[in-house]
Design a protein around this ligand. Structure first.
Ligand code: IPE
Ligand code: IPE
Ligand code: MG
Length: 237
């Protein structure tokens, strides 16, 4: 328990293939992925993980068939509305990162409501990455910085810590562990700045099959690694 990651990020992948495997439409996979979200949020909170970030929709996902995109947006509204009570019971605070202003009004409204209702919860923060992409985030940070520079900010004195303050994750520590389900081994434009030293864990399990025990396995795998941060083993003892 003393080597528990404070922040776990998850790329929830494989919903479509999970559905296809059983001759169902892709949306069936997304619907079944909600149970995994509930299980994993609960498991993380029970363990004492402080931050859990879930990649739910990337800026690239707008390129999917219209029907799938609108089904995902409706599912989000439905899920947030339905799960607010579970979040309250588990003392979980909801947050979101991404280009939220471009989400459909109904989705944004449900999201804002969920965030407001749960704002004083303190056991764990659940962060949904929605219309998120890391390059969008870094570029947006650069634009804000440029603006502040015209207002007198001394960019010569810029540090990594200050730059981090311009990211949507400014109040969230970097994840120690990043999990991706479904067997794909790529980052897909997720948290590029923040995962500089994150441990990566890939599992073949499709997201709708991901349960508490799968999260425990990922954490145990993480705990058996040596995080050297550029040093050598002998220096870590
Ligand atoms: C992840 O599952 C959910 C989202 C990206 C919204 P996918 O929908 O990507 O499922 P696969 O990768 O096609 O199986
Ligand atoms: C990444 O999954 C985005 C989310 C999980 C929300 P994708 O399924 O969209 O990723 P790629 O396009 O296969 O890399
Ligand atoms: Mg996918």
């Amino acid at each position: 328990m003393n080597r528990l990651p404070k922040h776990i990020a998850i790329i929830m992948d494989g919903n479509g293939r999970w559905a296809k495997k059983q001759n169902q439409p892709r949306v069936f996979g997304h619907k079944n992925g909600v149970k995994s979200v509930r299980e994993v949020s609960e498991a993380a909170a029970e363990l004492g993980v402080e931050y859990l970030t879930l990649y739910a929709f990337s800026t690239e996902n707008w390129s999917r068939p219209k029907l799938e995109v609108s089904a995902l947006m409706s599912l989000l509204v439905e899920t947030i509305r339905k799960e607010v009570s579970t979040l309250m019971e588990n003392n979980i605070r909801l947050k979101a990162i991404g280009d939220l202003g471009k989400l459909p009004d109904r989705t944004l409204e449900a999201l804002r409501e969920g965030i407001e209702i749960t704002q004083n919860n303190s056991r764990m923060t659940l962060i949904l990455a929605l219309n998120y992409s890391a390059r969008w985030e870094i570029l947006a940070a650069a634009k804000k910085l440029h603006w502040d520079a015209t207002k007198g900010l001394d960019t010569e004195k810029l540090t990594e810590e200050i730059f981090s303050q311009y990211l949507t994750t400014h109040d969230i520590p970097d994840p120690e562990l990043l999990v991706r389900t479904s067997g794909e081994q790529r980052i897909s434009n997720f948290l590029l700045w923040q995962i500089a030293y994150t441990e990566l864990y890939f599992t073949e399990t499709f997201w709708p099959d991901f349960r508490k025990k799968d999260l425990y396995e990922a954490i145990i795998n993480f705990q058996n690694r040596e995080r050297r941060f550029g040093k050598i083993s002998e220096q870590l003892a």
